[in-house]
Design a protein around this ligand. Structure first.
Ligand SMILES: Nc1ncnc2c1ncn2[C@@H]1O[C@H](COP(=O)(O)OP(=O)(O)OP(=O)(O)O)[C@@H](O)[C@H]1O
Ligand SMILES: [Mg+2]
Length: 317
């Protein structure tokens, strides 16, 4: 390996650069996916909300008894009706919010707050407009006090990975939506978290860019071998990306079903979407969501509209 220091790790040769960035140049060097990375045990989150029209407050249960085992390197997508608690669950995974009851473990350790082992990509990009592409990507590395020279090497690695070469010096307002999303992904990958949490990251980009981003994300995932939890409202997107799709029901948010997606990898949209297996899976998820929409959603609207409006006037149950 051309003089670079190498170590043998889980039967895979990893050079120093790969170790630092988490990017494997050998795509076939995927680790086995058996180890449990994330364990959610009976996660419940309630919010105290105003009791509309009456004095005092009441408890609103957003998610209830969510149990989930996510294996290392797995790609999990979460779907469910609006307001069923997907973002609430992701906030708990990130450590930004605590469950009211239940426990969350990452690598066997109880999660008590946010940490750099988890990267977050949100729909609104949350990029810094006063920093250029490179400086945005280097932000987490600055927090980690990585020296300047190394920061530059690492940011270049991720600029290459997400295909932003030539745009390093651009400011955020000078980029398209898809490019901004790439910066957001690169920024969260740059400090090499082992888990990537993504909340509807492609919702704001046009359909064509979205499809490109989906394929790119899979390519990046194959190379970096992160554990990804990805929230989406798109059934096609959920199936195309995932090893397993978690379908949540609403009021309160609970795991309704977990569907194994055994479509072969690597996946190409054109091939996958035309396959009978994809159509079958798509129909299955649609049916699960349709039941939620048809029966439980009506129930949610009737029982919880007042509470939801109080919490967030724009919430769409
Ligand atoms: N800070 C809060 N205080 C009170 N209620 C909240 C709070 N955050 C979320 N909720 C409520 O919890 C429920 C779940 O919200 P959440 O944002 O997790 O839903 P979601 O599934 O992500 O929806 P969407 O698909 O629209 O993004 C909603 O009814 C919401 O109004
Ligand atoms: Mg949400």
């Amino acid at each position: 390996m051309s003089g670079e220091n190498t170590v043998l790790k889980e039967n895979v040769f990893v050079n120093e650069k790969e170790k630092r960035t988490g990017v494997h140049n050998n795509v076939n060097s995927k680790k086995n996916k058996k180890e449990i990375k994330i364990l959610a045990k009976n996660i419940t989150r309630t919010f105290t909300v105003k009791n509309r029209g009456e004095k005092g407050v009441k408890e609103f249960t957003a998610i209830k008894d969510i149990n989930l085992e996510i294996r290392e390197g797995e790609f999990i997508t979460i779907v469910g009706p609006s307001g069923c608690g997907k973002s609430t669950f992701l906030d708990i995974l990130s450590g930004l919010s605590k469950p009211t009851s239940g426990e969350l473990y990452i690598d066997g350790k109880l999660v008590t707050g946010p940490a750099l082992d988890r990267g977050i990509v949100l729909q609104g990009y949350a990029l810094f407009p006063w920093r250029n592409v490179r400086k945005n990507i280097e932000y987490g590395l600055e927090l980690k006090k990585v020296p300047k020279k190394e920061r530059k090497e690492i940011s270049q690695e991720f600029i290459d990975l997400v295909g932003l070469n030539g745009f390093e010096d651009r400011y955020i307002h000078e980029l398209s939506g898809g490019m901004r999303q790439r910066v957001a992904i690169a920024r969260s990958l740059a400090y090499n978290p082992s888990v990537l949490l993504m909340d509807e990251p492609f919702a704001a980009v046009d359909a064509q860019t979205r499809e490109t981003m989906q394929e790119e994300l899979l390519r990046i995932w194959e190379k970096t071998n992160k554990t990804i939890i990805f929230i989406t409202h798109s059934i096609d997107e959920a199936i195309f990306l995932a090893d397993r799709v978690v379908v949540l029901s609403a009021n309160p948010g609970m795991v309704k079903e977990i569907i194994d997606i055994d479509l072969p990898r690597p996946r190409k949209l054109g091939d996958v979407k035309n396959s009978p297996d994809f159509n079958w899976l798509s129909h299955k998820v649609w049916e699960l969501l349709h039941n939620v929409e048809g029966n439980e959603k009506t129930k949610v609207i009737n029982e919880n509209r007042d509470i939801a409006e109080e919490i967030s006037p724009t919430v769409d149950l």
